[in-house]
Design a binder for this molecule. Structure first.
Ligand SMILES: Cc1cc2nc3c(=O)[nH]c(=O)nc-3n(C[C@H](O)[C@H](O)[C@H](O)COP(=O)(O)OP(=O)(O)OC[C@H]3O[C@@H](n4cnc5c(N)ncnc54)[C@H](O)[C@@H]3O)c2cc1C
Length: 527
């Protein structure tokens, strides 16, 4: 056991010794220097206090914005952290720092700093070139400022300038056959002080940290070591992204925490012809980067989940283990026909996502059992063909009081697999209606063998009405009648947005068409 560790803060090595194992980064920063005082006031539900970390667990290193109020200091051992203040002080001419100069933002300095971190992360994102992605990067935080348009304009210019640099670098790299490395972000095309240290950053080491009150924080690297620690400390609590648990720790402390952040098998994303295997410790942003092309509905669901700094930390395994009755991802995971793979000293077992939940906060997980990974069947043409299907239509809808950073009223997800025009299998799932996500099995069965047509959908509505009982108490003004109506209308919306096997992509019908330009680039294409 050790009582110290180091991490890098704004380019300087920083040694942490004899500090509480429950100290958050926000608490640490606010006591460090008056310029960081605002970190003490960060509220995650109002956007929190984002900083930047260097992430090395994916296929290429990335800068990610994360919320300093939801990170325990031992989670940062060996990590690289940049505060927005540090970025602005060290490189006042950095293109992302320009946000500080936008006129009429009319928000606090803390909020300006938060926006700076989103600009900084977005500037280095190799995939960011569509309107929908820009919304996903900025929403939640930017919508809480008075100058949304000014910030969006500045972001558009900033991200387009990065894209131009990437385009130029790819033209140069074409000669040496390294063009792909530019677009996947494996090659450092910026070569500035920030990327230089990101690209030489090493994966974190194993850690066994203990504080003065004998509270321990373990960070094993293998599932075997994880299991050894679990048998040594049977009362230990797992910690993944910490977005749920760090807040819980302020009310209920646990003597031993075991982080799964460096457990290689739980950080992996693998695929074959039939499945995606997503390690339980993979954060939601990385999941979306891997499967978003094949499952655009997952990207859509994430735009309603927390904020970018939350999604950069929250893991798929953590999400499932929390077993929220209003979670926005469970219905979609059911509609994707996903399964969980659970690991314990007794071996492995798996279960469909639908059977994993037993109630609010309750799952089939047994003492000492962990979620190792999530298996999602492939949905591309060849995978469908091997299952004898021709098309998979799938979509998800969340209704809530705001777009994000709130408790949604209800989430629905639907999928049908078609052989030509006939429904072979259907999935209809909801959260926000009972104490756990539910599935409309009878309605699903009533669709099987029928032609995917308006009449089929209308004929099934009576069964759906009878089958779905709203037992969860009112969420805000969303009473049971309102949510029952949503159940019915969202299913019809699914049909009208995907009326034929050709319409895998939703047909837009909203009056505002707020999502209709999602796929369009937000700048003129670089030639
Ligand atoms: C501002 C904010 C916004 C949020 N928005 C949403 C939202 O829109 N929708 C939503 O559903 N949730 C939301 N949450 C809640 C939280 O972010 C999610 O529940 C998140 O997915 C938890 O994942 P995590 O990796 O951070 O889990 P952690 O906080 O690390 O852990 C949560 C629990 O899961 C257990 N656990 C973690 N990994 C495993 C594993 N592999 N096997 C077994 N047990 C495990 C832990 O022991 C712990 O009990 C929000 C939270 C905040 C603070």
């Amino acid at each position: 056991m050790q009582s110290w560790f180091t991490f890098e803060l704004d380019g300087e090595s920083c040694r942490i010794e004899n500090e509480s194992a429950r100290l958050t980064l926000a608490q640490f920063l606010s006591s460090l220097d008056p310029q960081y005082a605002h970190y003490a006031d960060g509220n995650p539900w109002h956007g929190g206090s984002p900083v930047i970390i260097g992430e090395t667990s994916g296929i290429a290193p990335r800068f990610r914005s994360i919320d300093a109020t939801l990170i325990l200091m031992p989670m940062l051992a060996d990590a690289m952290v940049w505060t927005p203040e540090g970025i602005a002080n060290l490189d006042p001419d950095h293109p992302a720092v320009g946000v500080l100069g936008i006129d009429h933002i009319e928000c606090s300095n803390a909020r300006r700093m938060a926006v700076l971190t989103l600009f900084f992360e977005g500037f280095y994102r190799p995939d960011l070139r569509r309107n929908g992605q820009m919304n996903e990067q900025l929403d939640s935080l930017v919508s809480r400022t008075a100058a949304v348009d000014a910030i969006r304009d500045a972001a558009r210019r900033l991200f387009a300038s990065a894209e131009t640099r990437r385009h130029e670098a790819s033209q140069k790299a074409a000669a040496s056959g390294q063009q792909n490395e530019v677009w996947t972000g494996k090659k450092d095309i910026f070569n500035d002080r920030f990327t230089k240290s990101l690209f030489i950053k090493r994966p974190a080491d194993e850690l066994d940290f203990v504080d003065r009150r004998k509270r321990r924080f373990h960070r094993p690297k293998t599932t075997a070591d994880l299991q050894r620690l679990q048998s040594q400390y049977p009362d230990a609590r797992l910690i993944a992204g910490g977005t749920n648990l760090v807040d819980e720790l302020s009310r209920t402390d646990f003597q031993n925490l075991i982080s799964i952040e460096e457990v290689a098998e739980m950080q992996m994303i693998r695929t074959n012809q039939d499945f995606w295997e997503i390690g339980a410790g993979v954060n939601l942003t990385r999941v979306s980067e891997a499967i978003g092309g094949e499952y655009p509905q997952f990207l859509k669901a994430l735009t309603r989940f927390g904020s970018r700094p939350i999604r950069n930390r929250a893991t798929l395994g953590g999400y499932l283990a929390v077993a929220s009755d209003i979670g926005q991802l469970a219905p979609l995971l059911i509609a994707m026909d996903a399964r969980v793979l659970l690991l314990s000293a007794d071996g492995e077992r798996d279960a469909p996502i639908f059977h994993f939940f037993e109630g609010k906060g309750k799952t089939i997980l047994r003492e000492g059992e962990v979620i190792r990974c999530i298996l999602i069947p492939r949905a591309n043409d060849s995978a469908l063909a091997s299952r004898g299907m021709t098309t998979r239509l799938c979509d998800t809808y969340t209704v809530g009081p705001r777009r994000s950073l709130c408790d949604p009223f209800l989430t629905a997800a639907f999928a049908v697999e078609l052989r030509e025009k006939t429904v072979a299998k259907a999935w209809i799932a909801f959260s926000g209606v009972a104490n756990k996500p539910i599935r409309a099995r009878q309605t699903e069965a009533s669709l099987a063998g029928k032609v995917w047509h308006e009449e089929t959908v209308f004929a099934s509505l009576n069964t759906l009405f009878q089958e779905i009982q709203i037992t969860k108490k009112d969420v805000g003004y969303a009473n049971a009648d309102y949510r029952k109506q949503l159940v019915m209308t969202l299913f019809q919306k699914f049909f009208y947005q995907h009326p034929t096997p050709r319409d895998v992509k939703p047909i837009e019908q909203g009056i505002t068409q707020e999502f209709s330009l999602h796929d369009q680039p937000f700048f003129d294409s670089v030639t």
